[in-house]
Design a protein around this ligand. Structure first.
Ligand code: SAH
Length: 278
């Protein structure tokens, strides 16, 4: 079955009307696509256009399985994620697969959680594709560190409270890429941490040692935007213990800063999709 089999009256035709400038998914190319934090409702129309046309989808663990139902029945699905923090496919293998499939003439959808260029190693994959001369396109997605906060009822910026937001990874593979946490303290701006469930104890200790108020509001948001979403509000002093007591098998963003306090006022709002996930 070709991509045309889903048209002329199918979803692809409808998307072409909505997106007149939509590039055709050319055989032999890769669409590096962000799928958002989990709720399929956060997929973009461009991501859906990629899903319905792809010959092969290479996807991460954080992709909601029902999203893959948008693929053509004959499209190939390749899992390239990490389970329980353990890589099941190396980054080099993933890039090699993307390149090999594209060079064999397939329309390759690389589906990643959140935004491909925010802590998703999408930059490395794009670089490998560019070096191999494989044409590719990057489709932005809602990133967990912003959409996750909104889903949890925490505004990322609030007039009078903060003028900036730091998005940081808690995961450092080597001492050279380790973050100087104390340097953030001078900024006095909220910090949103990705991949920090294992490192939050040492990060909060570094911030406390640098003089941050132990009572600074803090929150952890697990599985943001999914039916399993869970939010715990606490303080910088307690955040390590709260995260350790949480479910390490689900992704979590951790937010440290005064913006967390606004949630108390906003928590009665109903979540997107009608479900109050709080
Ligand atoms: N590219 C992704 C981030 C990939 S790194 C993005 O832009 O969102 C993986 C980390 O993202 C996880 O460790 C967690 O910190 C965060 N994350 C991804 N999805 C999440 C979700 N639904 N809820 C909470 N955190 C999430």
């Amino acid at each position: 079955m070709t991509a045309d089999a889903v048209g002329p009256f199918g979803p692809l035709a409808a998307l072409r009307t909505l997106l007149p400038g939509m590039p055709v998914f050319a055989p032999g190319s890769v669409w590096l696509t962000g799928a958002g934090p989990g709720d399929p409702g956060h997929l973009t129309l461009h991501a859906i256009a990629g899903l319905v046309q792809a010959d092969v989808a290479v996807h991460d663990a954080l992709i909601e399985p029902s999203v893959l139902d948008l693929l053509r029945p004959d499209a190939e699905r390749l899992f390239a994620g990490k389970r329980g923090g353990r890589p099941s496919a190396s980054q080099a293998d993933i890039s090699t697969t993307l390149i090999a499939r594209a060079q064999a003439g397939a329309r390759v959808l690389r589906l990643k959680g959140g935004d491909p260029y925010v802590f998703g190693r999408g930059g490395e994959e794009a670089r490998a594709l560019a070096q191999a001369g494989v044409p590719f396109r990057v489709i932005p997605g809602l990133t967990a560190g912003l959409a996750g906060l909104t889903e949890a009822g925490i505004p990322a910026t609030l007039r009078g409270t903060n003028q900036a937001v730091v998005l940081a990874t808690g995961f450092a593979t080597d001492p050279e890429s380790a973050v100087d946490w104390a340097s953030f303290v001078r900024l006095g701006q909220p910090i949103v941490l990705y991949m920090a469930q294992k490192t939050i104890d040492s990060i909060s200790a570094a911030l406390l040692a640098a003089g941050v108020d132990p009572a600074l509001p803090a929150a952890a948001i697990w599985a943001a935007s999914t039916p399993q979403q869970r939010v715990e509000v606490t303080t910088l002093r307690e955040i390590g213990a709260v995260v350790q007591a949480g479910d390490a098998s689900r992704p979590a963003v951790i937010v440290l800063g005064a913006i967390v306090a606004a949630r108390a006022e906003l928590a009665r709002t109903v979540g997107v999709g009608g479900a109050d996930k709080r």
